[in-house]
Design a protein around this ligand. Structure first.
Ligand SMILES: [Zn+2]
Length: 82
């Protein structure tokens, strides 16, 4: 099964700056059907991701760069030492 191999570069012609991933549904102007469709595509892709993770928790197709561990905060250490 091969899914989610393509990048979707959809943009509303009227609202080129609208990005459902960033702006959410609240930012859709005048209930624009194209923007609403973009939002639906985005929400569906999120749902697909969560379903895939539910099936295989080790699967991560986002390929996030490894997060560096936060160095211990000295103030917090002092608080703990009390
Ligand atoms: Zn639009």
């Amino acid at each position: 099964m091969k899914i989610r191999t393509r990048r979707f570069e959809g943009r509303c012609a009227k609202h080129k700056t609208y990005n459902p991933a960033v702006d959410g549904r609240e930012a859709i102007r005048g209930s624009c059907p194209r923007c609403a469709l973009l939002a639906e595509i985005w929400e569906t892709s999120l749902r697909l991701n969560s379903l895939i993770r539910k099936f295989n928790p080790n699967h991560d197709d986002l390929q996030r760069p490894p997060q560096p561990e936060n160095p211990p905060d000295p103030r917090q250490m002092n608080l703990l030492d009390g």
